[in-house]
Design a protein around this ligand. Sequence first.
Ligand SMILES: [Zn+2]
Length: 296
Amino acid sequence: MSGGIARRDLLAATGLLPLAANATATVESQIRSGMPVAACDVIDAHAHVQEVAAGALWPRGSVELIEDMDRCGIRAAVFSHLSAIMASTAAELRAAHDQSSEIVRRNKARLRAYIAFQPHLALDSRKELDRLLDPESGFAGIKLHGPIHRYPMNGTAYREVYRFAHEHSLPVLFHVYESGAEGVPVLARIAAEFPNMCVILAHLWPGSGPPPELLRASPNLYADTCASSAGRGQIASIVRNCGAERIVFATDATYLNTGGQLAKVGLADVAEERKRLVLGGNALRIFRGLPARASL
Ligand SMILES: [Zn+2]
């Protein structure tokens, strides 16, 4: 924007900034005032980066991710590298993970990464789990993408991941291949068999919202909020039906736009305390070692 003034600059210039950033403000009032959310910790459990050429039409690097986080008031994000998800060789997988690790090292106070498990490179992916398990590597969980890899939940290679995640009490961000009701009993069995593995179902699986009875039966299942579309009142009704403690804020940035994903949760008709659980409280419980809030 040139020649104009951003709303937050205007507020700062008129002395209203401290009022808008008041720690007693609600998430909704801060979003409506055009400010980054500071009322609570906002943690994005599902982000992506991919280093592309400078000047690209759709830049998706870690610099752009942090800029978006700053603009919206997202304190920390856990991302997976798109080149790791798309890797077709062990070398590509390893290189993308090394780059993820380096990105976290540069942004220790803001970012953690997922280890992407590529089931068609099962042996090499398994080695990556061992290599990157140490939290010092910068990784906080495992990412599974069933639709891209066209791989079913009960596939042999995935069972290896479940065992590993259970053994090490790791979170798994899981975009499941089976999107319909037929996946429910399969997922319920997996969740029961590996109770120390915490599974976050990506994109409010199966899109319109996770079945509440599935979440009630499986205490280690959660659902994240990012999606490319949202119905009116969707988030409020999912929180009401599933419980705020089982829903986890996510953006899918830099693939999707950060602001819309935050607004649909921040402006939802949900009580402030429950909203804060969804926006960050749950993620801080699920992910060990996320940067804690500095101060307010
Ligand atoms: Zn994603």
